[in-house]
Design a protein around this ligand. Structure first.
Ligand SMILES: Cc1ncc(COP(=O)(O)O)c(C=O)c1O
Length: 477
């Protein structure tokens, strides 16, 4: 069993041990990882790191004691509302990430609806919207009303409008969606929101910061920000394409009353009065200071340079992908997040083959009308790697053509048909063992595992993955 050491370790020894621990992680500094990390280079990283460390132990819980929070957060919110079309009343809150920003916008919508007598609120949600909305719905007691998308994975406006009822508390659009990098028709959603008097949240977590620069560079970026009539709130993550260290996002509102509906206040206990604008209570000011520093270090011209670089890289990536026989780009995408599918080979094999060639690209399972695909989030560090990436992809596609695919899915479906979820889970453990998974050890090649998972209903897939992750987080395991 893991125990606290009887005697403290010295600092040098600890740091060396931590170096060994971090060495297990996905390498990302070489620009060959196309997910998870948003890397603008060592200089930006150093600025964020220094500011983070300087403010690490300041407690943002109480802005009357730690007044630095007010300077930093008010600056960040002001910069972001100006950047994203906010009117004179626009305001917002700094949060730990996209999920927290979305949860807060949903809490605001729920409590605003409640004040209007809606006790069982609904959220009208495109199937391409981020999972964070489903999480918010689960935590906050929303019913999700899913809405379909067109061939380009943009929400269908007629379906969205038809889904609105007298219980609708929130309508959602993405700018862009994570999976395919496409921007929903926000102006159309705004018109619907206004007609029916419902709130509209734009999830601009990934794209919100860079898209205004792409527009200034002449790209045809559809209107998506707070200036679009009908938009009431917007989330934008600074820890993604704002290149700030993790723990940095903003939720913005066009009206102060909507922001206040997200607050939580408690004066009904024996301790200090709790007034939490966001979810966390005690929290480090580090992420906020780091975000402030990175934004001021890069400045408008720095972001313009990054926008230019990512735009050029994205064009090269899209063209290169389209030229590879057997691959097709989905969308087309509006941002530097691109998904490609294949009707000829298993994309899961391609992902494995890419890994063997030193590239990390993300597998996306099929869902509804969206086929299984390979996701690429491109950031500045990746741009130099686009040509080698495409070369590796061509080789990976060739290799994947010779590998078996498509057999496991039907076997799994046949084996579990008619079983209860509990029986199906037991059976699946055996099937996954066939695919190479025993306990928590993952095989080098994950394609068979993805194929099995893809054949399951989303509910069963979720149950199985939950069980697996619970096993991963086992002390001493
Ligand atoms: C469009 C979108 N919204 C929300 C989120 C959730 O953000 P986070 O992981 O910072 O909580 C993500 C994450 O990738 C995203 O892409």
């Amino acid at each position: 069993m893991t125990r606290l050491p009887a005697h403290g370790m010295d600092r040098a020894q600890l740091m060396a041990t931590l170096e060994d621990i971090i060495a297990q992680d996905l390498p990302w500094r070489d620009g060959k990882a196309y997910a998870y990390v948003y890397d603008a280079g060592r200089e930006v990283e150093a600025v964020g790191r220094d500011a983070y460390a300087q403010f690490l132990f300041q407690n943002a819980l109480d802005p009357t004691a730690f007044k630095s929070v007010l300077t930093l957060e008010n600056d960040l919110v002001g910069i972001a509302t100006a950047h994203l079309g906010g009117g004179p009343q626009a305001t917002g809150t700094f949060t730990s990430g996209g999920t927290e920003s979305i949860m807060l916008a949903c809490k605001s919508a729920r409590d605003t609806a409640k004040a209007r007598g809606i006790d069982r609120p609904q959220m009208v949600l495109p199937i391409t919207a981020h999972a964070a909305f489903h999480k918010a719905a689960a935590y906050l007691g929303f019913e999700v009303v899913p809405v379909g998308v067109d061939d380009g994975f943009r929400v269908r406006l007629d379906e969205a409008e038809a889904a609105i009822t007298d219980r609708t508390a929130l309508l959602v659009g993405s700018a862009p969606s994570y999976a395919h990098g496409v921007i929903d028709p926000i102006a159309g959603l705004g018109a619907i929101a206004q007609t029916h008097g419902v709130l509209l949240h734009v999830d601009a977590c990934v794209g919100g910061w860079l898209l205004p620069y792409w527009k200034r560079l002449g790209e045809d970026v559809p209107a998506f920000d707070l200036s679009v009539p009908g938009v009431t709130s917007l989330s934008v993550d600074l820890h993604k394409y704002g290149f700030c260290p993790k723990g940095a996002s903003l939720v913005l509102y066009n009206e102060p009353a909507l922001r206040q509906a997200q607050y939580f206040t408690c004066t009904a206990w024996t301790g200090y009065s709790v007034i939490n604008p966001a979810v966390q209570s005690s929290k480090s000011t580090g992420p906020m200071a780091a975000a402030w520093a990175v934004l001021h270090h890069l400045g408008d011209d720095g972001f313009m340079d990054i926008a230019q670089e990512t735009l050029a890289g994205t064009k090269a990536l899209r063209e290169g992908l389209s030229a590879i026989p057997g691959l097709r780009v989905l969308g087309p995408p509006d941002f530097c997040m691109v998904a490609a599918a294949s009707d000829e080979v298993s994309v899961y094999h391609v992902v494995d083959e890419m890994q063997a060639r030193g590239f990390y690209v993300q597998p996306q399972p099929s869902y509804g009308p969206a086929p299984a695909s390979i996701h690429f989030s491109l950031n500045p560090k990746n741009t130099a790697q686009v040509a080698p990436l495409l070369e590796a992809l061509r080789a990976s596609m060739d290799a994947a053509r010779d590998l078996p695919a498509g057999q496991l899915g039907p076997v799994v479906s046949a084996e579990i048909a008619g079983l209860s979820p509990a029986e199906a889970q037991q059976k699946l453990t055996a099937l996954l063992a066939m695919a190479g998974i025993e306990g928590t050890a993952l095989p080098d090649r994950m394609a068979p595992v993805h194929e099995v998972l893809d054949a399951l209903s989303p509910r069963l897939r979720a149950a199985l993955l939950e069980g697996f992750v619970a096993q991963l987080f086992t002390p001493g395991g």
